[in-house]
Design a binder for this molecule. Structure first.
Ligand SMILES: *[C@@H]1O[C@H](CO)[C@@H](O)[C@H](O)[C@H]1NC(C)=O
Ligand SMILES: *[C@@H]1O[C@H](CO)[C@@H](O)[C@H](O)[C@H]1NC(C)=O
Ligand SMILES: *[C@@H]1O[C@H](CO)[C@@H](O)[C@H](O)[C@H]1NC(C)=O
Ligand SMILES: *[C@@H]1O[C@H](CO)[C@@H](O)[C@H](O)[C@H]1NC(C)=O
Ligand SMILES: *[C@@H]1O[C@H](CO)[C@@H](O)[C@H](O)[C@H]1NC(C)=O
Ligand SMILES: *[C@@H]1O[C@H](CO)[C@@H](O)[C@H](O)[C@H]1NC(C)=O
Ligand SMILES: *[C@@H]1O[C@H](CO)[C@@H](O)[C@H](O)[C@H]1NC(C)=O
Ligand SMILES: *[C@@H]1O[C@H](CO)[C@@H](O)[C@H](O)[C@H]1NC(C)=O
Ligand SMILES: *[C@@H]1O[C@H](CO)[C@@H](O)[C@H](O)[C@H]1NC(C)=O
Ligand SMILES: *[C@@H]1O[C@H](CO)[C@@H](O)[C@H](O)[C@H]1NC(C)=O
Ligand SMILES: *[C@@H]1O[C@H](CO)[C@@H](O)[C@H](O)[C@H]1NC(C)=O
Length: 407
């Protein structure tokens, strides 16, 4: 049996029964979850740091009204989920993206129309750092899990796409405003799947939570993440979830953006700068000035093959904690959390026995760019994250993997 099962019935039932037996389910509607799988595409010809920076360039455009030209690159690391479209549903593997908000299919497996499929007559086009697609907009039934069925979801159906090797499209769970200018090049907005689950009463709050675990093996089809709609899953985090408002600083305010300070050991890297939390960025990126300071403090030397800072064993032993202060809480990246999983060194062009740091150079966007860091995949593997549209806030919590020696 394929481990990419359409319906995570067994784990869902066990999670629900745990929630009920502990009496922690405070939602009117029980939160429902979707299993996530890791996706790894070896970077071709460019480094993962370059690919992340390409995404930054795209994001600086703010929304689709500013499609500045940039090279198209396939994303390297990310999470996918099996999503059903139509009735009976066809299953598609979609990339989970908190940095974009259109949901679409057709990059790989073609769209299969059923009695629930209805063309809206609109065209759709979205440009990403990792590629682009264009096609036509449909209304269809979308099945995330047995509990999470959206009767009328507006989805894109690609007739052209590039940069989405091995997947069928995207499940966009970014802020809804990011869909501006994607439909008929107009200011019509497209509600996200989370918006629609909330509107139709399937969930009692417009919110999605994500639990990731550190990835250490290639082609590992076991579930490495869990996405919970309308609530949080208390089995996946430790302590309290601390919430902060979405930052007011553009361009970070267009995304899941927040204010953050950073220290390395006892040295302050920056104070109260705006940046974003993003599942679609592989590394933790810091603006060039802060990245250079971090490189200097760790002694990391740029490795051209990977685009990452490399350190030796004694430098690793001396690594100090990289602390991100968000709201009143400090989120520490331990020694082990600051290095690339060594089992995956060769995948990104490095040597087996090298030690690479996961802090990358975001680039120099200039003073007041409003984007000074990205807490990407490498950060989200260590902390639980909550994306709350209803209250315009982001929540973070420690997990059993925050201090794990997995790399
Ligand atoms: C588009 O984005 C670029 C940065 O990528 C920026 O320099 C330019 O000013 C933006 N243009 C508009 C009209 O916002
Ligand atoms: C969108 O564009 C299509 C094709 O250009 C047109 O037929 C349709 O009426 C437009 N829809 C809206 C809502 O503007
Ligand atoms: C989409 O990607 C293709 C192939 O790289 C490119 O030719 C096209 O200009 C891109 N479209 C947009 C709108 O960026
Ligand atoms: C794809 O769909 C768009 C929007 O409807 C349309 O403008 C374009 O001509 C179509 N391209 C192809 C190759 O069918
Ligand atoms: C979208 O509309 C803007 C302004 O109305 C125009 O400059 C741009 O060329 C249009 N883009 C496309 C892809 O039609
Ligand atoms: C969408 O873009 C238009 C400019 O074309 C802007 O006036 C409008 O405020 C934007 N809508 C949202 C919700 O951001
Ligand atoms: C993992 O899943 C992919 C996609 O379904 C499949 O092609 C591959 O054979 C699977 N690998 C293993 C080890 O099961
Ligand atoms: C974030 O920092 C900016 C700049 O210091 C400040 O104006 C803003 O009030 C802070 N808080 C939020 C939620 O944006
Ligand atoms: C850090 O920078 C200082 C000068 O700014 C330099 O002297 C020192 O060698 C650098 N340290 C490392 C480890 O690169
Ligand atoms: C690494 O890249 C830099 C900048 O492109 C270049 O100056 C340097 O010579 C390269 N080093 C090696 C060892 O290839
Ligand atoms: C590690 O690198 C530092 C700085 O270049 C150097 O002083 C030290 O001797 C190296 N240690 C080992 C074990 O290679």
């Amino acid at each position: 049996m394929s481990t990419f099962s359409m319906f995570p019935t067994k784990s869902l039932l066990s999670l629900l029964s745990i929630a009920v037996s502990l009496g922690v389910s405070v939602m009117a509607t029980p939160p429902s979850s979707l299993e996530l799988f890791v996706r790894m595409v070896p970077p071709k010809g460019r480094t993962i740091a370059d690919i992340d920076r390409t995404r930054v360039t795209a994001m600086m455009g703010g929304d689709q009204s500013n499609k500045s030209s940039f090279p198209v690159e396939d994303a390297t690391f990310g999470y996918t989920a099996s999503i059903g479209v139509g009735n009976p549903p066809t299953t598609y593997q979609l990339v989970i993206d908190t940095g974009s908000s259109n949901t679409w299919v057709g990059a790989g497996k073609p769209y299969h129309q059923t009695s629930t499929s209805k063309s809206t007559g609109q065209n759709v086009a979205v440009t990403y750092g990792s590629g682009n697609f264009s096609g036509n907009e449909f209304i269809d039934e979308v099945t995330l899990s047995p509990e999470l069925v959206i009767k009328s979801q507006s989805i894109g159906v690609a007739n052209f796409s590039t940069g989405f090797e091995g997947v069928d499209g995207i499940l966009g769970v970014g802020p809804t405003d990011l869909t501006n200018h994607t439909i008929n090049n107009s200011s019509l907005l497209v509600p996200t799947v989370t918006d629609n689950l909330y509107k139709q009463g399937s969930i009692s709050i417009d919110l999605v939570s994500i639990a990731f675990a550190p990835t250490t093996a290639e082609n590992d089809n076991t579930t490495v993440g869990l996405m919970t709609f309308g609530g949080t899953d208390s089995t996946r985090f430790i302590g309290d979830i601390e919430y902060v408002p979405i930052t007011q600083t553009p361009v970070s305010s267009f995304y899941w953006g927040l204010n953050q300070s950073a220290t390395y050991g006892s040295t302050t890297l920056f104070n109260n700068k705006a940046g974003i939390v993003d599942t679609g960025t592989t590394l933790v990126l810091l603006a060039t000035e802060y990245f250079n300071a971090y490189a200097n403090l760790t002694g990391g030397k740029m490795n051209n093959a990977t685009g990452l800072l490399e350190i030796n064993k004694s430098q690793y032993q001396k690594l100090q904690t990289l602390n991100f202060q968000i709201g009143n809480t400090v989120y520490p990246l331990s020694q082990n959390a600051q290095i690339w999983p060594r089992a995956l060194n060769t995948l990104i062009g490095g040597q087996d026995d090298s030690i690479f740091l996961i802090v990358g150079d975001l680039g120099d966007l200039g003073l007041g760019s409003g984007l000074d860091f990205i807490d990407g995949f490498a950060f989200l593997q260590r902390f639980y994250s909550v994306f709350d549209t209803t209250n315009r806030q982001i929540g973070l919590a420690f997990t059993p993997d925050t201090f794990a020696l997995s790399n």
